[in-house]
Design a protein around this ligand. Sequence first.
Ligand code: B1M
Length: 210
Amino acid sequence: MAILEELRAAVVDGQAKVAVAKVSEGLAAGIEAGTLLREGLIAGMAEVGQLYEEGEVFVPEMLVAARAMTAALAVLKPHLVAEGVPSNGRVAIGTTQGDLHDIGKNLVAMMLEGSGYEIVDLGVDVPAAKFIEAIRDGANVVAMSALLTTTMTNMQSTIEAIREAGLREQVRIIVGGAPITKSYADEIGADGYAEDASSAVRLVKEVLAA
Ligand code: B1M
């Protein structure tokens, strides 16, 4: 479909205005928000990652691509966010210390918000102390995101810090992000792993019911 292809290309080229226009055009043409997200925005960002790995683009290009995706996501958000169900949990979400990637984390937050959870977005580069503060303030779930192999280890130290603070039993901890796997989540003592934003919604429901 031409619109999806143009949307993908706008993300790859870092053209925020075009990406925003293509999302609006796609919605007006009746393309589902989830399709625009997966086949346009996420496909574009995956291509940028591939090009970066191949040495075809560099950090500045990744950054403008991320800005284009963020701008387009803002338009998509009300359409992605399904009808809310009453809040039955407070989720503190953040990208682990040392890590500045936030697009995936924002997407997970958006989907959870749309599913009726109260979201406390701690942002990026989040130290353990901030997660601990959020638990003391009433978060039932901590959701951590990491995109770098060098920062995923901070998930483990955060879980340890939560345990040392005597708070481990009162919170569910879930993790996700491109380098994270189910076995890594098990290894570090998390309560669950979600591969993408929609499975994160299912996972939060599951861990809160457990
Ligand atoms: Co970065 N970067 N980056 N980057 N970047 C990656 C991650 C990389 C894989 C690129 C590559 O080499 N192919 C690579 C990591 C290699 C590694 O560690 N193995 C990399 C690198 C090396 C770096 C720098 C070190 C580059 C440098 O400076 N030399 C640097 C690090 C900065 C830092 O964080 N300290 C860096 C910087 C950046 C930018 C700032 C330029 C920009 C981020 C802008 C931003 O986020 N605001 C950027 C980008 C855009 C990327 C890529 C291209 C795209 C990431 C993205 O947004 N994907 C990325 C390559 C790639 O992933 N293919 C790359 C789209 C997003 C929707 O997917 O985040 O995976 P994702 O989220 C998914 C799931 O993972 C899951 O759900 C989401 C939705 O489906 N999920 C969760 C995520 N979090 C979850 C939490 C949960 C559950 C599910 O909670 C339970």
